[in-house]
Every structure is written in structure tokens, then in C-alpha cells.
Design a protein around this ligand. Structure first.
Ligand code: MF3
Ligand code: CO
Length: 260
């Protein structure tokens, strides 16, 4: 069942998305060599609760953090830990906030200090593919059009698309119908309607598309241990096209010269 949102619902989605965007801006201040992913998690936790929200990942299916910490080969769902970030790492921080009964979900992959051109290009392409997917999200078109746009953009540039993990509908629940895969065929899948809210989140690998889930039951990493990048926005379909409810602006205000 796909829940279409009313304009009132979308106003609440907007507020949740603004809070999660500001949370990513706080995280951006801490992404630097020597900082542990635990520290990043606690900064986000505090910021979200200080602003009246709930860190929705915390306790979700037993997940132990407010922030999924995706260092280098981790694709998604990494636990915050005592790992200290190192120069040359990348870290995806994926955060979900619930505010006033609605959820905002987003992810940004940060460079830690200087990173190689190869990894920089992976991140840039992944982020660009997110916007290409969003562009393909139009009323009356199909979900598969979004999926295909992302897949085509990334594969043309030599990267591979993780199959097992998808974007999703979002609203009163973090994960709602439909699934939004990052690969697929045009003209397939559910028809896109005004009022749909979706979390679109390409997860793109430098090497092969294969992943494994670690023994902790959560941490998803590339099988070949090559890096993976992940960017995510929450969007709403309004007046026929996707409006991005989350924003990377608070991140850009912080990272400036390290802009990917
Ligand atoms: N954006 C992630 C997802 O949609 C957030 C997961 S939170 C967790 O899967 F608690 F499940 F880790
Ligand atoms: Co998500």
C-alpha cells in the first residue's frame, strides 16, 4: 500500500527533513581525522533531541546508533564504533529523524581530508546520479524510470550498482511502500503520483556490485572491499515533479573547499 500524503502531511515531512538536514550540517563539523564514529553518533543524537526530534534509527530493529556510519567499503548500516577516521577515508552518514509523526531520511558521503581522485570521482558520480534519479521522478511516469536513470548514469561511468539495498517510500514510517531500486527497466513498476514521498538513495561501488552482510547482521560491505558511496534525499511529488525536502546546504556551509 502506497500512502499518498496530503499537503498538511507534506508540511510535516518538510519540517522533519529540515531537521535531518541540519543534523548532517552538525555532523559535517566533526568529520576529520582522529574523530571516532561514536563521537559523530553522539553529536547527532544530542542535536536531534535538543531540537525536539527522535533519532529514528536508534533501536530500529535493534540498530544501535542514531547514525549509520559507512566507512570506505561499508555500503550501508555500519554501527558507530571506536574507529577513528583517517585521512583518505570516506564516510557516509545516514540519518533518519522523526518529528511530529513524520520521517526525514538522508545520507551524505564525506571525504576525510584529502582523498584520491578515484574515490572522489566515485562520490561525485554517486551524488550526481541521485539528482539524475530525482529528475526522472515525474507524475505519471514509473518508478523504474528513476531506477533506470540512476543505473544507466553510474554504469556508463564504470561503476556498479548494489542490488540488495534500495530506496523506499517514507512518511509516518521510515520504510513504506514502494521500494525504489537503483537499477531497473524504464516503464516498469508503480506509477508515480502526486503526494508520493520517497527516499532515493543510490549506493554505488567502485569495484563489483557484490556485497556481504557481516556477522553482526547489519553491516553491509562490498565483497571486494573496494569503496562504496551513498547519497540520499527525501523527496515529495508535488505538482507533477519531485521536490527535494532534505537539503545538503547545511553540509555545504561547513565543508566548502572539500565540496564533492
Ligand atoms: N536510510 C537507511 C535505510 O533506509 C536508514 C536505516 S536506519 C536503520 O535503510 F536503523 F535501519 F539502520
Ligand atoms: Co533510506
Amino acid at each position: 500500500m502506497i500512502y499518498l500524503k496530503t499537503p498538511e502531511d507534506i508540511e510535516k515531512m518538510r519540517a522533519a527533513c529540515m531537521l535531518v538536514s541540519r543534523t548532517l550540517g552538525e555532523i559535517a563539523k566533526w568529520v576529520t581525522p582522529g574523530v571516532t564514529t561514536h563521537k559523530i553518533d553522539s553529536i547527532a543524537r544530542e542535536f536531534i533531541s535538543d531540537n525536539g526530534g527522535r533519532a529514528a534509527c536508534l533501536g530500529y530493529g535493534g540498530f544501535p546508533g542514531a547514525v549509520c556510519c559507512e566507512v570506505n567499503e561499508v555500503v550501508v548500516h555500519g554501527f558507530p564504533s571506536n574507529y577513528s577516521l583517517r585521512e583518505g577515508d570516506i564516510i557516509g552518514t545516514d540519518v533518519v529523524v522523526e518529528l511530529d509523526g513524520f520521517h526525514g531520511d538522508m545520507c551524505y558521503t564525506f571525504p576525510v581530508g584529502e582523498i584520491t581522485d578515484e574515490v572522489y570521482n566515485l562520490c561525485r558520480t554517486t551524488k550526481e546520479s541521485l539528482y539524475v534519479g530525482i529528475e526522472a521522478c515525474k507524475e505519471g511516469h514509473r518508478l523504474g524510470d528513476i531506477s533506470n536513470a540512476i543505473q544507466t548514469y553510474c554504469e556508463k561511468r564504470g561503476y556498479s550498482v548494489v542490488r540488495e539495498m534500495c530506496g523506499h517510500g517514507i512518511g509516518k514510517k521510515m520504510h513504506e511502500s514502494p521500494e525504489v531500486p537503483n537499477y531497473g527497466r524504464r516503464g516498469t513498476g508503480p506509477i508515480i503520483r502526486n503526494g508520493m514521498c520517497l527516499a532515493i538513495e543510490p549506493m554505488i561501488n567502485l569495484g563489483s556490485k557484490n556485497i556481504i552482510i557481516e556477522k553482526d547482521g547489519w553491516t553491509c560491505r562490498t565483497r571486494d572491499r573496494k569503496p562504496s558511496a551513498h547519497y540520499e534525499h527525501t523527496i515529495a511529488v508535488i505538482d507533477g515533479k519531485a521536490e527535494i525536502l532534505t537539503s545538503f546546504e547545511p553540509v555545504y556551509e561547513v565543508i566548502q573547499d572539500r565540496f564533492i
